[in-house]
Ligand binder design. Structure first.
Ligand code: ZN
Length: 401
């Protein structure tokens, strides 16, 4: 008994030390919500977890009165925070709250605008300036802004702003690979099924579009490269605006997308501090396919191998590409490579895994495998669907035979 309680205490101390070492959670973020034409009760706790899992934020939530309620009662203490994350589209705030928000941003406070938050406050010019572009604006607020090819277009045509075609997966194109938020991201990556916001307009002052996506006319789109990630400056404040993140009842692919998650985490850090210290994780999507996180956690090697085990040649090669880049990045010692090899051998032995998945693994083992793989590959010579790939792998693993 004594031994166990000692162990328990040791564990608690270790955990405390670990959190102290991590020590990063020293940036304070406030999520504002309470009204939204999306299910904010589902998305808000998810956003909170996503920001906290960076280890650098402590996150509070301020919930406004319901629609039609007394907004004079909504008085968040902005100045207690470094960054305000807006998961809000709804009634106007009181004049007092609005002017405190303006002061906060002018003095260097950060703001993050997520998805429908850019529908908010069309009659509040300072807010339109902060978000750069939004829905519900007209020519009196500023031009439409989008890309055509490599050029940004400022379009002063009259008309209302905001819209989207049918929900779809789409390729996000990184336009600036040197900005702290987008540095190290692939030039093109597939986003999980989401609304592709289009026809945004606004003051577009002190604004840069960091990423765009083409809205295909065949799916109700504009045929333009629409802004996806936007940064602006307002006074000393930094604003990060992501149009991504349409939340379904259960979250859904738009916010499970590692691309949405990582840009939200990085954008929030940049808005708070002007820098980004977070690494781009290996499961960030590429042009090869989307990368959706189960339970909003970064994918592990095991998750990847499960996906490869169910590999379907007609679908994405994303998980295999991930495995390869992971082996190249992390397999720097013989021990580490052997660990990868063990995982792959298990997959070859797994009866539930598809032949197509096993073929990919055989190809990978043919160059990075060792004697360890030879018995299991030899067995696969008996499998008519895999014997050619097995023979090829063996020939490369045993060149002298
Ligand atoms: Zn939406």
């Amino acid at each position: 008994m004594k031994k166990y309680s000692f162990l328990a205490i040791a564990c608690v101390i270790m955990l405390a030390l670990f959190s102290a070492c991590k020590s990063g959670a020293d940036h304070r973020a406030l999520i504002i919500t309470g009204q939204n034409n999306h299910n904010w009760k589902v998305t808000t706790p998810i956003f909170k977890v996503l920001l906290e899992q960076t280890g650098i934020f402590s996150v509070d939530v301020a919930v406004s009165p319901d629609k039609g309620g007394d907004m004079n009662k909504f008085t968040p203490k902005f100045s207690n925070y470094e960054v305000i994350v807006l998961n809000y589209s709804g009634d106007s705030w009181s004049e007092k709250t609005k002017s405190e928000f303006i002061e906060f941003v002018k003095n260097g406070g950060g703001v993050v605008v997520v998805h429908a938050a850019d529908n908010s406050f069309p009659d509040w010019p300072a807010y339109s300036e902060m978000i750069g572009l939004g829905w519900g604006r007209t020519e009196k607020d500023g031009p439409f802004v989008y890309f055509k090819g490599d050029k940004m277009v400022i379009d002063t045509t009259a008309g209302p702003s905001g819209g989207h075609g049918e929900r779809q997966e789409f390729t996000v194109r990184t336009r600036n690979t040197q900005h702290p938020i987008t540095k190290g991201l692939p030039p093109r990556w597939m986003h999980g099924k989401d609304e592709l916001y289009s026809k945004l307009r606004g003051p577009a002052k002190n604004m840069e579009i960091l990423a765009t996506a083409f809205a295909p006319p065949g799916k109700g789109g504009t045929g333009r490269d629409e802004p996806i990630l936007i940064v602006t400056n307002y006074g000393k404040g930094r604003i990060f605006h992501t149009v991504l993140g349409h939340g379904d009842v259960d979250g859904g692919p738009a916010i499970q997308c590692a691309g949405f998650i990582v840009t939200l985490q990085r954008g929030t850090e940049w808005a708070a501090t002007g820098q980004v210290t977070q690494k781009v994780p290996y499961d960030f999507p590429t042009a090869a396919g989307t990368s959706l996180r189960v339970n909003y956690q970064e994918m592990t090697l095991e998750d990847d191998l499960i996906k490869i085990g169910g590999y379907d040649i007609t679908k994405s090669t994303k998980y295999f590409v991930d495995l390869q880049s992971r082996i190249r990045a992390e397999g720097t010692t013989p021990e580490k490579r052997q660990q990868f090899e063990h995982f792959m051998i298990e997959l070859l032995e797994n009866k539930a895994a598809t032949d197509e998945g096993k073929k990919l693994i055989l190809r990978e083992l043919s160059w990075m495998g060792s004697d360890l793989s030879i018995p299991v590959i030899t067995k696969l010579l008996q499998n008519p669907a895999l014997k050619d790939d097995a023979k090829f792998a063996l020939a490369r693993l045993q060149p002298t035979k």
